[in-house]
Design a protein around this ligand. Structure first.
Ligand SMILES: O=C(O)c1ccccc1N[C@@H]1O[C@H](COP(=O)(O)O)[C@@H](O)[C@H]1O
Length: 197
């Protein structure tokens, strides 16, 4: 199962997340988030990362031009896109992307799993709120192309053992405070994910 640690705001946390075993690091380019990072600052972190760590830029209701520009400037390899009202023209995106499903019901999930997606809980602030998605909504779903997000941590990750998700995405569950990761929580989370595989 792939592991993404999101909301990286500084080099120390980025290197600790990579050392802990994260496959991907997420950088939040949504300026209302307490984990927001300027593209130029993200690029400095990316330039200092070891090889084989994927960099993911997170966008909320942005147009393709902005996403292309920020991913270029910040050296993001993947765009994670929340697109509630068709702001983004995916046909002109220059970067590989994964759509976010902010799930309010089982129907939201079943209708959207024809490709790789990231499923997070629906929250007004768009994400990073530590809120879980109801696991029973996945009981009738092939989860092999789903990245699960929302309220995950070292103590509850064992609950997803039997669902065979493609990956997991965590932010607040490995934080000391919003925007500051806790190194031990990251190590413990990665170990807990590996323990259920
Ligand atoms: O992290 C944020 O601040 C954020 C802001 C706006 C949209 C999405 C955001 N985070 C995403 O939400 C998931 C789950 O967060 P958590 O683990 O429940 O705190 C996070 O991994 C990001 O993909």
């Amino acid at each position: 199962m792939k592991i993404k640690i999101c909301g990286i705001t500084n080099l120390d946390d980025a290197l600790a997340a990579a050392e802990a075993g994260a496959d991907a690091l997420g950088f939040v380019f949504y300026d209302k988030s307490p984990r927001y990072i300027e593209p130029f600052e993200a690029r400095k972190i990316v330039d200092a990362l070891p090889p084989f760590i994927q960099t993911v830029g997170l966008f909320v209701n942005e147009n393709s031009g902005y996403i292309n520009q920020v991913c270029t400037n910040a050296k993001m390899q993947l765009a994670q896109v929340i697109d509630d009202d068709s702001f983004t023209d995916f046909d002109v995106l220059k970067f590989k992307y994964i759509k976010v499903i902010r799930a309010k019901s089982e129907k939201d999930i079943i209708e959207n799993i024809n490709n790789y997606v990231l499923v997070d809980a629906f929250v007004e602030e768009f994400g990073g709120a530590g809120k879980r998605v109801a696991l029973e909504w996945f009981n009738k779903v092939d989860c092999s192309k789903i990245v699960l997000a929302g309220g995950l941590n070292q103590n509850n990750i064992s609950e997803i053992k039997d669902y065979s998700f493609y990956g997991v995405d965590v932010s607040s569950g490995v934080e000391a405070s919003k925007g500051k990761k806790d190194k031990q929580k990251m190590v413990n989370f990665v170990k807990a994910v590996n323990d259920i595989q």
